[in-house]
Design a protein around this ligand. Structure first.
Ligand code: NAD
Length: 487
C-alpha cells in the first residue's frame, strides 16, 4: 500500500477542495511508523464562514427536493462506498493505524449501511393527523437546518456517515469536523457525496483542533451539534450549544461492564471479552473494560483469555494478517502505559501484556493487556483508559454484580453472558446503559439505536430513533368552523 495520501487541500467546501494556509498546521501521522503522511491546515474564521454559508444555502435546495430523490442520492453514496471499499479501507488504515483486517469490514461498510438505511427511510419521514372531532391537527416533521458534526479519531469514516446519513435524510445540511488526528477519510466522503448527486455545500468538511469545533458549535447558523468524543469535551460543547438553545447529540465515553455468569459458554464469553477490549487496539467507546467473572469460573475464563490473547498477531496494520495495530498517537499510548503502571501500583495482577511489544518501538504499539484481581476502587476500573487494557473483577451474586456494574458515572453499554434466559433479561433491565448485549458484545448494526445514559451522552444514533434527533415537529391546528370570541 502506497503512502501517498496528501489531499488536494485541507477542506472540502461548496463542492470543492479549498485551502487557507494561514490556518495552524496539522500533521497526519501514520501510527504504525510515526511518519507524517499528510500536511493540512486548521480552518481559519474565513474557512468556517464559507462552510457555514454554503451549508445554509445547500440545505434549502436539498430540503426542497422530493424525499425519495434525497434517499436515492444517499443510497448512491452507499453504493460508491461499497465499490471503493478496498481503497477507502486502506486510507482508513493510514488515517488511524487500525489493521486492514478490521477496516475492510468495519468502516466504509458500516458507513454504507447507514447511508443505505437512512436513504431508504428518507421518503417515510412523515407527520401524523390528529382528529379533534371536526377540527384537526396535522404535524410536519421538518429538518433542523445546518447540523455540525464533530468526530473522534477512532472511526473517522463511520462517525462521519453515522451523523451525515440521518441528518441528510431529514433534509439538513452538515458541516463536519473530523478529529485533528484523522483528517483524511471525511474528505473522501465529501467527494463521494458530490459524485452521487448531492448539491455542493450539503456536506462540507473543515479541519481543525478543538477551537474550530467550538467556533462551529457557537456559529449562529448552527442548528444542531452532534459530537462523538470524550466527556470533558462533551461538557464544553453541550454548554456552548445551550447558549443558542441548539439541539445536541452527545456520544461520549464509557466504562462498560461485561458480566459473565457461571453458566455462560466460556469460549463465547472469552471471544466477546477479546472483541470488546482489543479490537481497534481498545479504542472503542463501548468497550466492556470491566469484565465481571463469576468466581466459580474465574480460573477457566482467565486461562482461556490469556491463552487466546497470547496468540494475537501484532504487526503492520497494512498487512492483512495483522490482528492488532498501534494506538492512534504517542500521547494516547503513553496515557495507556501510565494507566497500566497505576494498576500495578494499586495491586492489580498482571496476567498478560503490559508494555510495548518487542520490535515495535517505532509507532505507537502496546500489547493487549489483561489484569486480574482488579477491585472496584482501582483507577483502571473507574476511568476510561481507551486502550487495549482488560480488567477482570470477580463476583458471586447477581444483585451484587448489578449494583457494582452500575456504580459508575458512565452508562454507554453493558453485556451479559448466561444461558439462563430470565436472568439475562432481568439483569439487562437493571443495568444503567443505553446499549446492551446478551451473549455477544459490541455489535452495532444500523437498525439498532446506539447511545448512552448518564455521563455517556444524550440522543441516539442509528435506527429510526436518529430521525427524532435530526428533525423537529411542526404542529398545525386546522379549524373547520367559526371562531368563537367572548366579545
Ligand atoms: P476528544 O473529546 O478529545 O475530541 C473529540 C472531538 O472534539 C475532536 O474532533 C476534537 O477536535 C473536538 N473538540 C475538542 N475540544 C473541543 C471544543 N472545546 N469544542 C468543540 N470541539 C472540540 O475525543 P477523542 O480523544 O478524539 O476520542 C476519544 C473519546 O471519544 C473517548 O472518550 C471515547 O469514548 C469517545 N468516543 C465515543 C463514541 C460514542 O459513540 N459514544 C465513539 C467513539 C469515541
Amino acid at each position: 500500500m502506497m503512502i501517498d495520501v496528501q489531499p488536494t487541500a485541507s477542506h472540502f467546501i461548496d463542492g470543492e477542495y479549498c485551502e487557507d494556509e494561514a490556518g495552524a498546521p496539522i500533521g497526519c501521522i501514520f501510527a504504525a511508523t510515526g511518519e507524517v503522511i499528510a500536511r493540512l491546515h486548521s480552518a481559519t474564521p474565513t474557512i468556517v464562514d464559507r462552510a457555514m454559508e454554503s451549508a445554509a444555502r445547500a440545505q434549502k435546495e436539498w430540503a426542497a427536493r422530493p424525499p425519495v430523490e434525497r434517499g436515492r442520492v444517499l443510497r448512491r453514496v452507499a453504493d460508491i462506498l461499497r465499490e471503493r471499499n478496498r481503497e477507502l479501507s486502506e486510507l482508513e488504515t493510514l488515517d488511524t493505524g487500525k489493521p486492514l483486517q478490521e477496516t475492510l469490514v468495519a468502516d466504509a461498510t458500516s458507513g454504507a449501511d447507514a447511508l443505505e438505511y437512512f436513504g431508504g427511510l428518507a421518503a417515510t419521514i412523515t407527520g401524523e393527523t390528529v382528529p379533534l372531532g371536526g377540527d384537526f391537527v396535522y404535524t410536519i416533521r421538518e429538518p433542523l437546518g445546518v447540523c455540525v458534526g464533530i468526530g473522534a479519531w477512532n472511526y473517522p469514516t463511520q462517525i462521519a456517515c453515522w451523523k451525515a446519513a440521518p441528518a441528510l435524510a431529514c433534509g439538513n445540511a452538515m458541516v463536519f469536523k473530523p478529529s485533528e488526528m484523522t483528517p483524511l477519510c471525511a474528505l473522501k466522503l465529501a467527494e463521494i457525496f458530490i459524485e452521487a448527486g448531492a448539491p455542493a455545500g450539503l456536506f462540507n468538511v473543515v479541519q481543525g483542533y478543538g477551537d474550530v469545533g467550538a467556533a462551529l458549535a457557537t456559529d449562529p447558523r448552527t442548528d444542531k451539534v452532534s459530537l462523538t468524543g470524550s466527556v470533558p469535551t462533551g461538557r464544553k460543547v453541550y454548554a456552548v450549544a445551550a447558549d443558542g438553545i441548539r439541539h445536541v447529540t452527545m456520544e461520549l465515553g464509557g466504562k462498560s461492564p461485561l458480566i459473565v455468569f457461571d453458566d455462560a459458554d466460556i469460549e463465547n464469553a472469552v471471544s466477546a471479552a477479546i472483541n470488546g477490549n482489543f479490537y481497534s487496539s481498545g479504542q472503542i467507546c463501548s468497550n466492556g473494560t470491566r469484565v465481571f467473572v463469576h468466581k466459580a469460573i474465574e480460573d477457566a475464563f482467565v486461562a482461556r483469555l490469556v491463552e487466546r490473547t497470547r496468540a494475537a498477531k501484532i504487526g503492520d496494520p497494512r498487512d492483512e494478517d495483522t490482528q492488532l495495530g498501534p494506538m492512534i498517537s504517542k500521547v494516547q499510548r503513553d496515557k495507556v502505559l501510565s494507566y497500566i503502571e497505576k494498576a500495578k501500583d494499586e495491586g492489580a495482577t498482571f496476567a498478560h501484556g503490559g508494555g510495548v511489544p518487542d520490535g515495535f518501538d517505532k509507532g505507537f504499539y502496546i500489547e493487549p493487556t489483561v489484569f486480574t484481581g482488579v477491585t472496584d476502587g482501582m483507577t483502571v476500573a473507574c476511568e476510561e483508559v481507551f486502550g487495549p487494557v482488560l480488567s477482570v473483577l470477580t463476583f458471586s451474586d447477581e444483585s451484587e454484580v448489578v449494583a457494582r456494574a452500575n456504580d459508575t458515572p458512565f452508562g454507554l453499554a453493558a453485556g451479559v453472558f448466561t444461558r439462563d434466559l430470565t436472568r439475562a433479561h432481568r439483569v439487562v433491565a437493571a443495568l444503567e446503559a443505553g446499549t446492551c448485549w446478551i451473549n455477544t458484545y459490541n455489535l452495532t448494526p444500523v437498525e439498532a439505536p446506539f447511545g448512552g445514559v448518564k455521563l455517556s451522552g444524550v440522543g441516539r444514533e442509528n435506527s429510526k430513533a436518529a430521525i427524532e434527533h435530526y428533525s423537529q415537529v411542526k404542529s398545525v391546528y386546522v379549524a373547520m368552523g367559526d371562531v368563537e370570541a367572548p366579545y
